[in-house]
Every structure is written in C-alpha cells, then in structure tokens.
Design a protein around this ligand. Structure first.
Ligand code: SF4
Ligand code: SF4
Length: 357
C-alpha cells in the first residue's frame, strides 16, 4: 500500500536542514573547541573542524547589509551563516584559509569582528522610536552610540569575563534587560493622559480595564459617557493600556528617559542566574548621542574591568564586593529609588533553576 506523506505548514523547517555538513557529521561527537583569536573559534570534531568568525550587526539591518552578509557567506563559508540570539553574525567555515580574507572583506566594509569570550558581544535591543508606540527612548540609536563608545571591548578580549549589554525601550522589556550584565531601560515617569472625548469611540472599556497589570484602570462616567480613570498611585507607567487604547498616550518628551541596571546573567556557571538590579534611576533622553548614558555605561564597564577577578561576571563581582562598595567605586549616587519596598518579593525571590519554591 502506498504511504501517504503528511505535510503541515505549521512551524519553521527543522534546523537540521540548515546545518553545515561538518556540523551534521560531528553532531554530539565534538572533541573540544578553542578560541583562535578575537572573534574566531574552532570546533574540532571526529571527522573535521569548523571555524566560526563572529561579526557585529547593527541589529536593525538593511537589505544591503543582508546582501553583503549572504554574499560573503557564499564566497567564504559555503553559504553557511547564522544570527546569534544577540544578533551577532556568525560565518561557519570549513576551510581555515578563508578566515583572513573574510575578516579583511568584513573590515573593508566597516563590519568589526569580535564579541567572543572576554568581550562585549553585540547589544540586543528592542524596537525604540522606530517601531513601537510604547517606547520611552530609542533603542537602535542608543545601541549605536553605546557600542561606538565601547568598540575596543568588542574587538579585543580584555575584560574579566563576557559582558552582555541589553536595551529595552520601556518597562515591558522585550529585550533581555532583566538578565544582562548591564541593562539600559527606557522609562516613562507619568501616567497615561486620557482623552475623554475620543476614548468612548476608540476603545473598548472592558479590554482597556483588563489591560492594566496593576488594576489601576477603572470604568467611570463623564458627562453621561462611559470612559475610564487611572489610579495614579497604582500606575507603573508600563504603557500596556495604550497598546489597546490609543486614547491613553503616555509618551512625554520631558519626563521620559533611561535607567541603568546591572548584574544580571542567564548562565548557570559558578553561580545561579541573576536578575539585574537598579544602578541609576534616571538619565535624560538626549539624542542623537545620549552623552549621559554612554558616559554612565562606559564608567561601569571600566570600573568592572579594573576591579573584577578573572571570570567574574558583573553580578558576581558586585556580590563579592557588596553594593555599598559598587556605589563607591563607580561614583554612582545612592538614592531613595534604590530601596526595595519588597512589593514583588514573593514572586521574584529565589526563582532560579537551583532553587524553586
Ligand atoms: Fe515596545 Fe516596550 Fe518592547 Fe520597546 S520594550 S519594543 S517600547 S513594548
Ligand atoms: Fe496600568 Fe500600565 Fe496603563 Fe499605568 S500605564 S494605567 S500601570 S496599563
């Protein structure tokens, strides 16, 4: 009897289809891997070696950039490349002799190679003013100026350990800001402004009320029309309500800005994964170069580079020296905003893979 092949269009194709033949052959059979130089890795398997060249990407990328990358992959890497979770571009080469010409051509096109081991890898970020309605700051602009400032730490491996930076442009944190060594987080500081004249026509009241994670929105009536009110003490300026109700904008050019968080990591190595904690509660939005933000981030990176022990992540270093010493060394002012009111302690304490309850 003829077999019937079942096909569905659900989900992506199996990743197996896109693996380099050397990776396929050696899957689960690798002997070791090593770093040959900044941005270049070798994985040695039973039947061959694969060389990885890691390059930066500007994250929001143009068609021209994609054409450049795919062209270089075709020329030097048999067409094999991948984007990492932080949007580094990794070329997978079967031929060692192609490493130098590939790096030269990347460099000729202004694309740096690095981001491995004791360096800063590409900065992961969210949409920013380019694309999201909730943004309290830009994301790609901020990343560009921060990486311009920290370029040397991408192309050289001179930090105590790997350093991950993330940017999210509002509290919804689409980026990995809760679990990166240094996080730049856009924040609103004012509650939504309600346009009662358009809200009844634009928004569905039950959906708007349900959109608030802090139960700050209640239905009300103004001049006979059903609308909503916001309990400002409960509002945490997340912008969720604006997502479902365009009559509740909260972007504010004067009050929106940026906060800096430190000490997060996803890795289980040595110590358990950690959430970031507040370092700087507010810095102004000052495009196009955000000098206050770049200076603050560079300061933290340099103090960490100078004081941490080898293989200590930022959070591990801070835990060893203590937070008072961290504030002393970095010169960051300790304010009332650094005090935790433990409101969310029940759901945020001890949520690691090592210990759950
Ligand atoms: Fe939009 Fe906030 Fe996500 Fe940025 S972090 S893309 S503003 S929801
Ligand atoms: Fe609620 Fe967030 Fe809207 Fe404030 S901004 S009212 S917390 S949904």
């Amino acid at each position: 009897m003829a077999t019937i092949e079942r096909r569905t269009d659900i989900g992506p194709p199996h990743y197996d289809k896109f693996l380099h033949p050397i990776i396929k052959e050696n899957y689960g059979k690798w002997k070791y891997h090593d770093t040959l130089r900044a941005g270049v890795l070798v994985h040695v398997g039973e039947t061959g070696s694969i060389y990885t060249v890691r390059a930066a990407s500007p994250r929001l990328i143009s068609t021209n950039f994609i054409r450049l990358m795919t062209g270089l992959a075709t020329k030097y890497a048999d067409g094999y490349l991948r984007f990492t979770s932080r949007n580094n571009v990794e070329f997978l080469l079967g031929n060692k002799d192609n490493i130098d010409p590939l790096i030269k051509e990347l460099s000729d096109n202004g694309v740096p190679v690095g981001g491995l081991n004791n360096s800063i890898s590409n900065v992961v970020h969210t949409q920013g003013w380019v694309h999201c309605h909730s943004a309290a700051t830009d994301a790609s602009g901020l990343v560009k100026v921060v990486m311009d400032e920290l370029y040397e730490y991408f192309v050289e491996m001179k930090l105590p350990h790997k350093l991950r930076i993330a940017v999210a442009c509002c509290l919804n944190m689409c980026g990995a800001v809760h679990a990166s060594d240094i996080a730049i987080l856009g924040l609103h500081r004012t509650p939504p402004r309600i346009d009662h004249s358009t809200l009844p026509n634009l928004c569905e009241i039950p959906t708007t009320v349900a959109s608030c994670p802090n139960n700050a929105i209640r239905p009300t009536s103004i001049e006979g029309k059903t609308t909503v009110k916001v309990d400002e003490d409960k509002c945490m300026y997340c912008g969720n309500c604006f997502t479902v109700c365009p009559a509740m904008p909260l972007a504010d050019p004067l009050n929106d800005g940026v906060s800096i968080w430190v000490g997060g990591k996803i890795s289980n190595a040595r110590t358990e994964p950690m959430f970031t904690k507040l370092a700087i509660p507010f810095l102004p939005n000052n495009p196009p170069r955000w000098p206050e933000v770049t200076e603050a981030v560079k300061n933290i990176v340099e103090v960490y580079a100078k004081n941490a022990k080898p293989y200590e992540r930022v959070g591990e270093w801070i835990n060893r020296i203590g937070w008072p010493k961290f504030f002393d060394l970095t010169g960051i002012e300790f304010t009332k905003y650094h005090l935790d009111d433990f409101r969310y302690a029940g759901t945020t304490y001890r949520r690691s893979t090592q210990n759950r309850y």
